[in-house]
Design a protein around this ligand. Structure first.
Ligand SMILES: Nc1ncnc2c1ncn2[C@@H]1O[C@H](COP(=O)(O)OP(=O)(O)OP(=O)(O)O)[C@@H](O)[C@H]1O
Length: 307
């Protein structure tokens, strides 16, 4: 594994006139897949575009693969792949021509035909960009970002608006990139996408990173988790509580339906089942509800992701 960060952003500030879009943002992304999440207008695209060298910071420093994306763009450009949300494509060109053209600009491109097949673009090769559907344009943009075998790819909402099949194909491609040692910076509004793909997640709100960690770490750091089980009504909840760690709570919500709230780990599950065994209780319908990334996001930002 590469030990240096692939992206290092320190105290980044970016304004558009009076609007401060990025407000002292710090972000370190290492090898693997880093998902950048945040509500609309949080500053994700601005941050990513600054890393790509399309925007100049008002202050702060940005290093991508150790290079300054503005001052050293000539060295950096061949090493990164960029999928823009829109634009950057000649709308009158044919899809396959564009992809082959981009492939030729690189020393060791991926197999273009295989990539076209892979992303389900086989039927659109001769179609001009402007006549492709939104989802096809999106997949073509993804193909153009990865065809040159970059070391690092920036994907801005790569699956927004895609049908489930195209979404899966995109996920598989991102997984394969990761396996091949390509690092990915991915902005997304889909929590399941971040949970499925990301080694590391950065949550941005109001122009700053407000939380960062693996999906597991972020979910652990959120509110408590819940274990539910059913048993005969009227169990001695006070006795159960004594068996549990001090920071847990337990209650009989409705007759015969019990809830334990706390840090639910295998040990706690064992404690509950062993308490049940000692009290001649057959626990039924045991379920553990872990907090999802979406819950954590909501707690931290107070906003729904897909606003
Ligand atoms: N070119 C621009 N001119 C003026 N304001 C801009 C420009 N681009 C972005 N902004 C503003 O900067 C803020 C951050 O926008 P940005 O696009 O970086 O957010 P985002 O997190 O990517 O949002 P979304 O999830 O909606 O894509 C927003 O308030 C937006 O309106």
């Amino acid at each position: 594994m590469r030990s240096d960060p692939v992206v290092q952003v320190q105290a980044l500030v970016k304004r558009y006139g009076a609007k401060t879009a990025v407000d002292g943002l710090d972000l370190v992304a290492r090898e693997g897949v880093t998902a950048v999440l945040g509500p609309n207008g949080a500053g994700k695209t601005t941050t990513v575009e600054t890393c790509e060298g399309y925007r100049k910071p008002d202050s702060g420093t940005v290093r991508v693969l150790g290079l300054d994306p503005v001052g050293q763009s000539r060295d950096l450009r061949p090493r990164i792949g960029v999928m823009l949300q829109s634009g950057g494509v000649y709308s009158g060109s044919r899809a396959d021509e564009m992809l082959r053209h981009v492939a030729k600009l690189h020393a060791h491109p991926l197999d273009v035909d295989a990539l076209i097949e892979r992303l389900g673009l086989g039927s659109c090769g001769r179609t001009t960009y402007r006549r492709l559907s939104g989802g096809q344009q999106q997949r073509l943009a993804l193909a153009m970002a990865v065809v040159g075998r970059p070391e690092l790819v920036f994907l801005d909402e790569p699956t927004a608006g895609l049908d489930p099949q195209a979404r899966r194909a995109t996920w598989d491609l991102i997984r394969d990139l990761r396996t091949d040692g390509v690092s990915v910076i991915l902005t997304t509004h889909y929590m399941d996408e971040a949970e499925q793909l990301a080694d590391d997640v950065a949550i941005i709100d109001a122009g700053r990173v407000i939380a960062q960690g693996s999906p597991e770490e972020l979910c652990r750091g959120g509110a408590e988790n819940t274990l539910r089980f059913s048993g005969r009504p009227g169990l001695d909840v006070g006795s159960l509580l004594k068996a549990l760690p001090a920071d847990c709570s337990a209650a009989e919500l409705t007759p015969g339906s019990y809830r334990v709230v706390g840090k639910i780990d295998p040990q706690l599950l064992a404690t509950v089942t062993s308490w049940c065994a000692q009290h001649g209780v057959m626990p039924e319908k045991i379920s553990v509800e872990r907090h999802t990334l979406e819950d954590v996001f909501l707690e931290l930002t107070g906003k729904e992701l897909r606003s």
